[in-house]
Design a protein around this ligand. Structure first.
Ligand SMILES: Cc1cc2nc3c(=O)[nH]c(=O)nc-3n(C[C@H](O)[C@H](O)[C@H](O)COP(=O)(O)O)c2cc1C
Length: 171
């Protein structure tokens, strides 16, 4: 089977990570995969924020947990996070989601662990979230799509059972 297709078919999410940071080369490849996602009318509204600073990762995790009103670490100790935001337009949500999907597939194909963590929208609607965007130099009318947590997997990545009966072939 074609290697790229095999990775996409087998991809699964990770929730146990080793503490080491990914290398710059690994991050750059994943970012390039995200940026090559298609977008409506090629508007390319996706904005990616790479975070590896442990204090900032911790802060983002706490903000994410706060959205849920819970303690704990919704990032599962992952030491690398790529936040996907989009400049708001008509197709921005699917555009941003495709960037997330590309990064999840790329990470898996590279033997890395990755997982989509939700609630980025709410995180960056808070004053704290808005202040961070400003601090990072992101401008415009932005909406959070997701946090892609990443790292070296400390678990076996196993493809989930797929619900059957979801494909319809029409003559
Ligand atoms: C839109 C979306 C939001 C998700 N949010 C979370 C999340 O907040 N926390 C989490 O642990 N996993 C989250 N996930 C990961 C899913 O739980 C995971 O993809 C699903 O269980 C299927 O497993 P697989 O990715 O290994 O196939 C999310 C996935 C998607 C696509």
């Amino acid at each position: 089977m074609n290697e790229a297709v095999k990775a996409i078919i087998e991809r699964s999410s990770c929730n146990q990570f080793k503490p080491e940071h990914l290398t710059k080369e690994e991050i750059d490849l994943i970012v390039r995969a995200g940026l090559n996602a298609p977008s409506g009318m090629n508007r390319q509204p996706q904005r990616l924020v790479v975070v590896q600073n442990p204090n900032m990762v911790k802060k983002l995790s706490a903000m994410n947990a706060a959205v849920m009103g819970r303690d704990g670490d919704p990032f599962y100790g992952a030491p690398n996070v790529i936040i996907v935001l989009v400049e708001k337009n008509g197709t921005c949500i699917p555009d941003g989601s495709l960037a997330m999907g590309n990064m999840l597939n790329a990470a898996y194909a590279m033997g890395l662990g990755a997982r989509w963590i939700n609630r980025a929208k709410e995180m960056f609607e808070t004053d704290e979230g808005k202040a961070l965007l400003k601090e990072w130099g992101l401008t415009g009318d932005l909406e959070g799509i997701g946090c892609c947590i990443l790292g070296y997997p400390d678990m076996k990545l196993e493809t989930k059972e797929k619900v059957p009966g979801r494909v319809f072939y029409v003559d």
